[in-house]
Design a protein around this ligand. Structure first.
Ligand SMILES: Cc1cc2nc3c(=O)[nH]c(=O)nc-3n(C[C@H](O)[C@H](O)[C@H](O)COP(=O)(O)OP(=O)(O)OC[C@H]3O[C@@H](n4cnc5c(N)ncnc54)[C@H](O)[C@@H]3O)c2cc1C
Length: 597
């Protein structure tokens, strides 16, 4: 049977030793998050993930969801009970302001907890995950009345949320959107159209579902400038908050799909459904972007989460499975063969995943902390810097952690040989589940374009310069530290490749945009390699500092330094390859006529 144990010690190392969360007591909600409190919350989250969510992960994959003839949807056995347990623990509202029923704690903590929950059961976690995105959009763009009507029940988990963008002919290019909204005398709208691929669109786990729907108000301009956002509840809500008649929205079908079988992916039909405008008319995309940015971090986290579970299972298998003898002589002479963990190629696989996961965890929490600073700091300059870095990091985190999450689920599956391919060991589920994270919330090619086409040049390149400065300052501060040379040397080399590639885009992509498109995915990964390298250098520094102070976690801290070295020796050098590809430009790629493919 598959195993999962939440990496509590590693999370605490990042939060306390690397990020020094204690230093941020001036931020709203951080004073309550004392180290003891953080440890207690992380420990409790680990228990929920391991004991309530993980045991029904495999069965949820096998059972999937079912749509009844009346349009209702059944989720797998045990999902409702586990959802209720998650909700009762107050996990949905961990970082939501207290006035709406949340706990007002740092978003950083919410991200730390989110990793465990998605590692344990990604399909189940998508139900509250979509709700959290919808809460974020209503918090920022909703009227006071909308906040009072919807937020307490959503934060409390008795109502869930969805996001409805995609239509059959309209995925990435939302300008093609056709769902229409007709204004009514009472200020509401009648919404009609069809949405596809809607996660958690229909299910029986909550009393109501609050759909956030993009639609075009009659007479609005074509393209993205004519799109508005609407709240469309499944059941109408009375003035006193009671639930009334069924609204004109229904699930027409469930999509059959490769993975995340426990999550209901729905075709949603809107037939004159009553909707309420949220945010300004024709400004729906920017309102939806609040939800999408939050969701992009959540999806990046899914990549890490699945890679972590797949890794833990591969490690357990590699220690048990005996095949062949070690190249350097028998390691288990009492057995007929050695455990496969003695083989360098198996080590290469496990070290690669370990090196990405631990840096990925630090990257997620570093980014979440930037989000907290951007939203909660009293200092304008500090807020702006954090907001710039958050905006820059979001597409990198989403694109790189999900591309690597899938690659690493495959590598972990490979450790099992044929036993990874058959369903018995559960490894196929991780590969299938990880795959979607590369696609939804903006396919990864689009994340790369967002980075190169939008984020690089935004505000005269302020964000990218801030990132280069932060990494450059770190290298400079550690220049005299002999023990850090190994790490800062690798990091600086990567940073040079990144800066040179950035310059290459400045000089070659303005006049010829295809050059930007042709190099964007390599650039996103190059940026990811350097950012994760920066995380490794920071972790190496923290580990060395703790070791020098006689910290009792000696084995753990020494393993950190070995893994940091592995990253610098074997993963960081990929920056040079990415740079070469970027500088090759678009010409050859674009040369063949479409018929030649
Ligand atoms: C299981 C599942 C759950 C989902 N959940 C939701 C949900 O809850 N709500 C929701 O609204 N949607 C949801 N989606 C939809 C998802 O977000 C879209 O599938 C995704 O945005 C891509 O749109 P598309 O499938 O139409 O692909 P397309 O837009 O047709 O893209 C096809 C390919 O072309 C590339 N491409 C497109 N345009 C460009 C361009 N300009 N430049 C370069 N490359 C380009 C893309 O990167 C992609 O590789 C879900 C999808 C799935 C499969």
């Amino acid at each position: 049977m598959p195993v999962y144990k939440a990496p509590v010690n590693d999370t605490l190392f990042v939060l306390n030793d690397v990020l020094g969360l204690e230093r941020y007591g001036n931020l709203q909600g951080f004073a309550d998050a004392t180290p003891d409190m953080i440890e207690a919350i992380i420990g409790e989250a680990a228990k929920v993930a391991e004991e309530a969510l993980f045991p029904i992960n495999l069965s949820g994959d096998r059972e999937g969801c079912t749509r009844n003839d009346d349009g209702t949807v059944l989720v797998p056995n045990g999902f409702k009970q586990a959802y209720d347990q998650y909700v009762q623990g107050g996990w949905i509202g961990l970082a939501v302001p207290e006035e709406f029923g949340g706990q007002g704690l740092p978003y950083t903590l919410h991200a730390a907890v989110g990793e465990y929950m998605s590692s344990a059961n990604m399909s189940l976690m998508m139900y509250p995950g979509l709700t959290q995105g919808a809460i974020a959009a209503i918090l920022v763009h909703g009227t006071d009345e909308q906040k009072a009507t919807y937020l307490p029940n959503m934060v409390g988990g008795s109502w869930s949320g969805t996001m409805n963008l995609t239509e059959p002919h309209c995925g990435t290019d939302l300008g093609l959107l056709r769902t229409k909204a007709v204004p009514q005398d009472d200020g509401s709208y009648k919404i009609s159209g069809q949405k596809i691929f809607i996660s958690a669109g229909e299910h029986s786990m909550t009393d109501n579902i609050v759909h956030l729907v993009l639609a075009r108000i009659e007479g609005a301009p074509e393209g993205t400038k004519g799109i508005s956002l609407f709240i469309v509840p499944k059941f109408m809500v009375g003035d006193d908050g009671s639930l009334g008649a069924r609204n004109g929205v229904s699930c027409g079908a469930l999509e059959e799909k490769m993975g995340i079988h426990g999550n209901s992916t729905c075709v949603m039909n809107y037939d004159d459904a009553t909707g309420y405008l949220i945010g300004a008319e024709n400004k729906g995309l920017s309102a939806m972007f609040v939800m999408m940015n939050e969701a992009r971090l959540g999806v990046g986290l899914q990549g890490l989460s699945i890679a972590e579970t797949a890794y833990q299972n591969a490690v357990a298998y590699a220690n048990e499975r005996i095949q062949g003898r070690s190249l350097s002589g028998a390691k288990a002479p009492d057995k007929k063969a050695d455990p496969i963990i003695v083989h360098p190629d198996i080590r290469r696989s496990l070290m690669t995943i370990k090196a990405f996961n631990e840096a990925g965890r630090a990257f997620v929490l570093w980014t979440a902390l930037k989000s907290d600073i951007a939203h909660r700091s009293q200092d304008e300059a500090e807020r702006q810097n954090a907001d710039d870095l958050l905006g820059l990091a979001t597409p990198i985190l989403k694109g790189v952690l999900t591309d690597k999450g899938f690659d690493h689920a495959v590598i972990a599956q490979q450790v099992f040989g044929g036993h990874g391919y058959i369903e018995e060991w559960g490894m196929s589920q991780y590969v299938r589940d990880a795959r979607i994270a590369m696609i939804y919330e903006g396919a990864n090619g689009i994340q790369a374009l967002d980075l190169v086409g939008r984020k690089l040049a935004l505000n005269g390149g302020r964000a990218v310069m801030a990132m280069f400065k932060e990494i450059g300052d770190f290298c400079e501060e550690n220049r005299g530290d002999e023990a850090m040379v190994l790490y800062t040397k690798g990091l600086k080399k990567g940073l040079n490749d990144l800066q040179a590639s950035t310059m290459w885009f400045m000089q070659n992509a303005m006049a010829k945009p295809d050059n930007a498109g042709a190099g964007s995915t390599d650039y996103m990964h190059l940026f990811g390699l350097v950012t994760l390298g920066y995380m490794w250098a920071k972790m190496a520094k923290a580990a060395q500092t703790a070791l020098a102070a006689g910290d009792p976690r000696e084995d753990y801290l020494k393993a950190k330094l070995v893994t940091a070295k592995f990253y610098m020796e074997r993963i960081m050098p990929e920056t040079a390859l990415r740079k070469v590809r970027i500088e090759a430009g678009a010409d050859t790629m674009m040369e063949l006529a479409a018929e030649a493919f």
